[in-house]
Design a protein around this ligand. Structure first.
Ligand code: PTT
Ligand code: SF4
Length: 612
């Protein structure tokens, strides 16, 4: 078997033991890697209903066959667990040196189970694992933690760390790596914190098994150069992801004031042009020639790397239009190790709830200094308010009541990222059906929808496009494990990934083979949710009700008077389910399970609900 090391490293923190296990070719071909491996392992090994923050939950770190090989943008790793924020399957994907170090150490998957007695960090070097005391770094932010570890293990070591957010079980705590990388929005950092695991250091020295290493090296190096050339010609990385901010503002899709508004006259102050002008450094992931991490100095003088989601959720959504202050909020989220999207969404919900009299408080939209203080409370779970904020907007809404759940901007408990879909049905469907809760990473259909279709239409072609993108983004790039930006931003053909895959594995796959794996993964993710929530119904795939409320329609601007319509959204959801082979509840049918080779899993899920 080429392309996979075939090894899983299983680490038990409770008993301070570890062992190397192997997987066979059948497992590799069925699940390929990354999200596929993580999902299948969690499905097989977690008992339904376990406490995501208890020792029974498992933290999975998984790479895929392309990960770490010099080829366009392969420095990514998947981190996954049962999510404490949503209660369902949760994962994220971050740029890190762990990717190639882990492969070189001889593993495709690391499973971390149990819970350490005391704060611990792991040092993994090839076949050796050390359980080391983390007392000197426990309580510290991610930047100080990284520096401490780099001093001991050198800059080339692969590092994954958590900050105070993960330690204090903030439900949207993430795992951090490098200068500006963060992954695991649905609280994967909190799972790591619940295990008293502060950091993981990985170093490896073995070759990554490949069918044609020389051919792949030559092709990969050439393609990295080509991608760099296209990036230079198009100028994409001049503004990187933040180039989309001005467009969102123009087409009324920007999150403003807890997504009550869709554009703002001051948005230009925090757009990609301003960001690029303020740039002091550029960061990137390993094996990348696009380097999209635009870094500026924040209000206090720290270096802070900003992407569009960070600015949208901590800037316009909070009506903060001073770029250096947005950078400060972003820096704090990075240092505490909490998700900027959920943090921004939860703070915006809190300000909105105060505005609507659902809760008393002195936080107002636009107040950057107060927002900094609230981030600290949330990260440290300081006091009653800190605890509420640390639980995310849905739990907070359920606690404070007064109908506020309608404007908690989340799906399945995960806060919506920075696209305001008041009147963008296809993108609302993408959020509704995202298998980890509302995240644009699965299907970023918005540009197709606004540029190439009638914006207010609910036709089957929109459902089809959402699925097509989910196959590529939530499927392919999450199981071969590579950054999707060369494809989405520069038009780098997905067929290239089949070429790399075949050179590395010695197989002869086409992209159609990839789509089958993607569909299998999507159906199993749904089974995972259904097993956790046996009364599953289609309302779990709805976006927040405020997007259907005519009184919430814009009063002016490009979409004045327009709002989503629930009966039409339901029809769109039906098209989506039909095309996926799922029933009216949104659950894969037995026939679909059979076609996707998921019969064993379907038998298991039948213990919880009857399949059609
Ligand atoms: C991702 C989510 C995103 S998606 C952003 S900005 W984006 C936010 N980044 C955060 C951050 O930074 N710090 C922080 N404390 N919280 C943050 N929360 C938000 O998290 C990321 C890039 C980006 S930038 C995107 S779209 C692409 N995402 C990819 C993906 O998901 N899969 C894939 N195969 N390739 C991708 N390429 C791009 O990577 P989550 P990263 Mg992150 C600081 O993981 O959980 O999905 O959250 O990965 O290495 O930081 O790169 O406009
Ligand atoms: Fe990382 Fe950006 Fe490069 Fe993707 S394009 S690998 S997110 S630096």
């Amino acid at each position: 078997m080429y392309g996979w090391t075939g090894n899983i490293l299983r680490i038990d923190l409770s008993h301070r033991i570890y062992k190397k296990e192997s997987f066979d070719e059948k497992f590799a071909l069925k699940w390929v890697g990354g999200r596929g491996f993580a999902l299948k392992i969690l499905w097989d090994e977690l008992k339904p209903g376990i406490d995501p923050l208890g020792p029974e939950n498992k933290l999975i770190i998984a790479v895929g066959p392309i990960a770490g090989i010099p080829a366009p943008n392969t420095g990514k790793t998947v981190v996954a667990a049962k999510s404490p924020l949503t209660g369902g399957y949760g994962d994220g994907n971050l740029g890190t040196r762990v990717t190639d170090q882990m492969r070189k150490a001889g593993y495709d998957v690391i499973i971390i189970e149990g819970k350490a007695d005391n704060p611990t960090y792991l040092y993994i070097e090839d076949d050796k694992v050390e359980f080391l005391p983390a007392s000197e770094i426990w309580g510290k932010g991610t930047y100080e933690t990284q520096d401490w570890l780099y001093t001991r293990y050198g800059k080339g070591a692969g590092l994954l760390t958590i900050g105070q957010g993960g330690e204090n079980l903030n439900l949207y705590a993430m795992i951090r790596s490098l200068e500006g990388r963060a992954g695991g929005r649905p609280g994967i950092g909190a799972v790591m914190g619940s295990k008293k695991l502060k950091a993981i250091v990985v170093k490896g020295s073995k070759p990554i098994p490949q069918a044609d290493p020389e051919g792949m090296k030559k092709l990969g190096t050439e393609d990295l150069r080509k991608v760099q050339q296209i990036d230079r010609e198009t100028g994409w990385s001049i503004q990187g992801t933040t180039g989309v901010l001005a467009w969102c503002n123009e087409v009324a899709a920007l999150p403003v004031r807890n997504m009550r508004k869709t554009f703002h006259p001051e948005a230009w102050k925090i757009d990609g042009e301003r960001l690029n002008a303020a740039r002091v450094a550029t960061y990137g992931c390993p094996n990348c020639t696009m380097r999209c991490g635009i870094t500026i100095l924040d209000h206090e003088g720290h270096k802070s790397e900003l992407d569009y989601e960070n600015i949208g959720m901590l800037g316009s959504n909070l009506e903060i239009f001073e770029l250096d202050q947005v950078a400060s909020l972003n820096y704090l989220c990075d240092d505490y190790g909490i998700d900027t999207i959920s943090a921004g969404g939860t703070l915006a919900f809190y300000a909105d709830a105060i505005d609507h009299g659902a809760i008393e408080g002195d936080f107002r939209f636009g107040d950057a200094e107060k927002a900094k203080e609230l981030l600290r409370l949330a990260a440290l779970r300081d006091g009653k308010l800190g605890n509420m904020l640390a639980n995310g907007s849905l739990r907070m809404a359920r606690e404070i009541g007064h109908g506020s759940e309608a404007y908690a901007m989340q799906v399945k408990g995960l806060e919506i990222s920075a696209y305001n879909c008041k009147f963008i049905p296809g993108m609302a469907l993408a959020y509704g059906t995202s298998p980890i809760g509302a995240h644009h990473k699965e299907s970023w259909v918005i540009t197709f929808e606004i540029k190439q279709t009638e914006r207010g239409s609910y036709g089957p072609e929109k459902a089809a496009k959402v699925i097509e993108l989910q196959r590529i983004r939530g499927g392919l790039f999450e199981f071969i494990v590579a950054c999707r930006f060369p494809w989405i931003e520069l038009g780098w053909d997905v067929k290239n990934y089949a070429i790399y895959f075949n050179k590395i594995t010695g197989l002869n796959w086409t992209v159609e083979d990839f789509w089958k794996v993607a569909d299998r993964i999507y159906s199993l993710m749904k089974f995972f949710w259904v097993r956790e929530f046996p009364n599953w119904n289609r309302q779990m795939d709805y976006p927040p009700m405020v997007w259907f409320d005519p009184t919430n329609a814009d009063k002016e601007g490009p979409i004045a008077g327009k709002i989503l319509e629930l009966d039409k959204y339901d029809r769109l959801l039906d098209y989506y389910y039909e095309q996926r082979g799922w029933d009216k509840r949104g659950i894969p049918t037995l026939k679909t399970a059979q076609e996707l080779d998921l019969i064993e899993e379907a038998t298991e899920v039948q213990k919880f609900t009857k399949l059609e």
